[in-house]
Write a protein that binds this ligand. Structure first.
Ligand SMILES: Cc1cc2nc3c(=O)[nH]c(=O)nc-3n(C[C@H](O)[C@H](O)[C@H](O)COP(=O)(O)O)c2cc1C
Length: 169
């Protein structure tokens, strides 16, 4: 797929089929993730965790629902949840996450996979959440944001967006 086509086709998918992406597909997403820019080139302060374990995802959803009192599934029953963690205590960790996750989303689009950035629930659960213990992260690393990936259930397409822009000539 040409780059412009990938850009035109990317959208946040929130309905997934139960078909799981192959390990080879996930590896391609991770290769794209690793090519993302990171503030100060501090790749050693970043971690990626690929979660396919349904129990861990259920624990995440349950913990989110209990903490917020909301009934929605913040992971939309997607088969894969990739979590970006960081040991940085500066706001650069959010920007690092954004770059890495967008690389994953664009690569997923190119491969015919759906994806959606997941920040709200990761943020709501915070640094002390119980699910974090099961991510096997090195000490000092905490989840910043994540991305869900899978095959779309049904037909969706990209929405029109506009960002108001001014020019200083
Ligand atoms: C930093 C960031 C955090 C986001 N967090 C969530 C989230 O937690 N849950 C969700 O469903 N979508 C989330 N999104 C997706 C946005 O809602 C979505 O990108 C936006 O509405 C535009 O729609 P589109 O991606 O389909 O073009 C997030 C996007 C970004 C960039």
């Amino acid at each position: 797929m040409l780059f412009d086509e990938v850009i035109d086709k990317r959208y946040s998918e929130r309905k997934y089929s139960s078909k799981e992406p192959s390990d080879e597909s996930i590896e391609k997403l991770l290769e794209a993730a690793r090519k993302a820019p990171i503030a100060n080139g501090q790749y050693d302060k970043c971690r990626l965790t690929v979660v396919k374990d349904k129990n861990l995802m259920e624990d995440f959803v349950k913990e989110y629902q209990e903490k917020t009192g909301k009934s929605k599934n913040p992971l939309y029953a997607a088969p894969v949840f990739i979590i970006f963690s960081s040991s940085k205590d500066t706001s650069a960790r959010f920007e690092d996450a954004g770059c890495v996750i967008e690389h994953i989303c664009l690569k997923a689009t190119e491969m015919g996979l759906g994806s959606c950035y997941i920040r709200g629930s990761v943020n709501a659960l915070g640094k002390d959440a119980a699910y974090i213990k099961n991510l096997n992260l090195d000490e000092g690393f905490y989840p910043v944001s994540g991305v869900i990936v899978g095959y779309p259930d049904g037909e969706s397409s990209a929405r029109e967006h506009n960002i108001k822009t001014n020019y200083i000539n």
